[in-house]
Design a binder for this molecule. Structure first.
Ligand SMILES: NC(=O)c1ccc[n+]([C@@H]2O[C@H](COP(=O)([O-])OP(=O)(O)OC[C@H]3O[C@@H](n4cnc5c(N)ncnc54)[C@H](OP(=O)(O)O)[C@@H]3O)[C@@H](O)[C@H]2O)c1
Length: 326
């Protein structure tokens, strides 16, 4: 098969497109003919050797795919060859014509969910639903502030936040990204590169601040968040796309009696595979019913997948970037 391979830590331009052996299904594993693969910010960290997992070389990036099961290993019962599926390949493998992954990370697609939708689904919707539902316990009527609201996880937070009954405020880094955030239901959107986060959120909430803050950006966005969080609020630490891991001032946490809440979805799926499956059943059901729909702003063929990573790193994309394999 053809695959985009990482053979040494580096950037997108260091990846190599070449022929490699087809994967085989071991005990409890599933081989998938990939139709589409989702691109995520962690892919950039993965190929740079800066992610929580460091796969052995050579490996291909790509943590989520949509495709058709081509082979199942001993003991697999959940899916069979020919099934349309969505799958997670958390330590990479998605920028290729085929991948192999454990059965517990493979989910049958309901009718009406396309391979592209499936490819742009598990990492961002999975992370965001777990964060809002289990970690923040977001309630209807609360104010949800979403940083990087036009990005992969950010746009899902806007969409799911509205579905859960919150009032949603989105922040973006350029005016051009505001429209898509409004289209996904945000009540308010502002550009955090030219407006103060703390002042704007206080203005929009009558001085109260946000009850739940979803932060995949870190850096200044995190620092400012602790200044505009409501009494008893929950600040979700999702990621550090800005490049700076912030440090929290403990006096602010005390004064607002707020919580800083970590979100490590990939590890949660390993510890609680049944909980993960139950959430995907619900989310995929909503997608089939048209209640949620990943926004795909860019598509690249497999041979050009380094360009997909570069577009994400350069903050050019909104929602999801997809690599079309077939
Ligand atoms: N905790 C978890 O379990 C988990 C799971 C998945 C992802 N993540 C993390 O969540 C973050 C976002 O992932 P994603 O796949 O949604 O990425 P994405 O689509 O690239 O979105 C990231 C957003 O961050 C904003 N941003 C601000 N400064 C940036 C910079 N210097 N470079 C790039 N983007 C910048 C961008 O919005 P503006 O241009 O509008 O500012 C962009 O839309 C990453 O840190 C990722 O590692 C965490």
């Amino acid at each position: 098969m053809k695959a985009m391979l990482c053979k040494a830590w580096g950037g997108p331009d260091d990846l190599v497109f070449e022929e490699t052996d087809d994967p085989k299904a071991g005990k409890g594993e599933v081989v998938i003919d990939i139709h589409a693969s989702g691109v995520n910010f962690p892919d950039i960290l993965l190929i740079g050797g800066k992610y929580q997992f460091k796969p052995d070389f050579p490996f291909s990036p790509g943590m989520e795919v949509g495709g058709i099961v081509s082979e199942v290993g001993e003991g697999v019962t959940a899916v069979k060859p020919g099934d349309r599926v969505m799958a997670m390949t958390m330590t990479g493998g998605g920028f290729a014509e085929k991948c192999v992954t454990p059965e517990r990370k493979v989910f049958k697609l309901p009718d009406g969910v396309s391979f592209e939708q499936a490819a742009g689904f598990p990492v961002t919707y999975g992370t965001t639903y777990h964060a809002l539902k289990d970690r923040a316990e977001l309630k209807a009527g609360e104010v949800l502030l979403v940083h990087g609201a036009s990005g992969g996880v950010g746009l899902n937070a806007v969409e799911l936040g509205k579905l859960m009954g919150a009032t949603v405020i989105g922040t973006v880094g350029s005016d051009a990204k505001m429209d898509i955030v409004r289209q996904y239901g945000a009540d308010h959107v502002f550009n955090y590169s030219d407006k103060s986060i703390r002042e704007t959120v206080k203005e929009l909430t009558g001085g109260q601040g946000a009850d739940v803050i979803y932060d995949p950006v870190g850096g200044d966005a995190f620092d400012e968040s602790l200044r505009c969080i409501n009494w008893g609020g929950r600040l979700l630490v999702v990621g550090f796309a800005s490049g700076r891991i912030p440090e929290a001032k403990a006096n602010l946490v005390l004064l607002k009696q707020c919580q800083i809440v970590g979100v490590f979805w990939g590890a949660w799926t390993e510890k609680f595979p049944d909980g993960c499956r139950a959430q995907f059943d619900e989310l995929l059901g909503w997608c089939a019913e048209g209640k949620i729909n990943p926004h795909i702003s860019m598509r690249f063929p497999l041979a050009d997948s380094p360009e997909a990573l570069k577009a994400l790193a350069a903050r050019k994309a909104t929602g999801k970037v997809i690599v079309n394999v077939r």
